[in-house]
Design a protein. Sequence first.
Length: 100
Amino acid sequence: MKRYGQLWSIVTDRLCPYGAAMKVMGNLERQELGRWFNNRVENSHQPFRRREGAMARFRDIKTLQKFASAHASIHNHFNQDRHLNRRDIFKQSRATALAE
């Protein structure tokens, strides 16, 4: 907030709890509701939603937590963002990840 200043508007979908929370915060007039306003936010959460869908198949919360902790570290280790790196750098990073 210090860096960017005060918000002009807050984009939410039409769920009731958002309106109630905005009323408590005193930002109800800044809330923007719209069918496609929230697309940017929802698309940024897509990887999380995909993982959440996979995790919904677990019966026990402990096995879910074990999977989530292992999956996060392995995914971050091997996900090298191929589209951001040159081929030689990508291959070198993948080779080091496999060696570890």
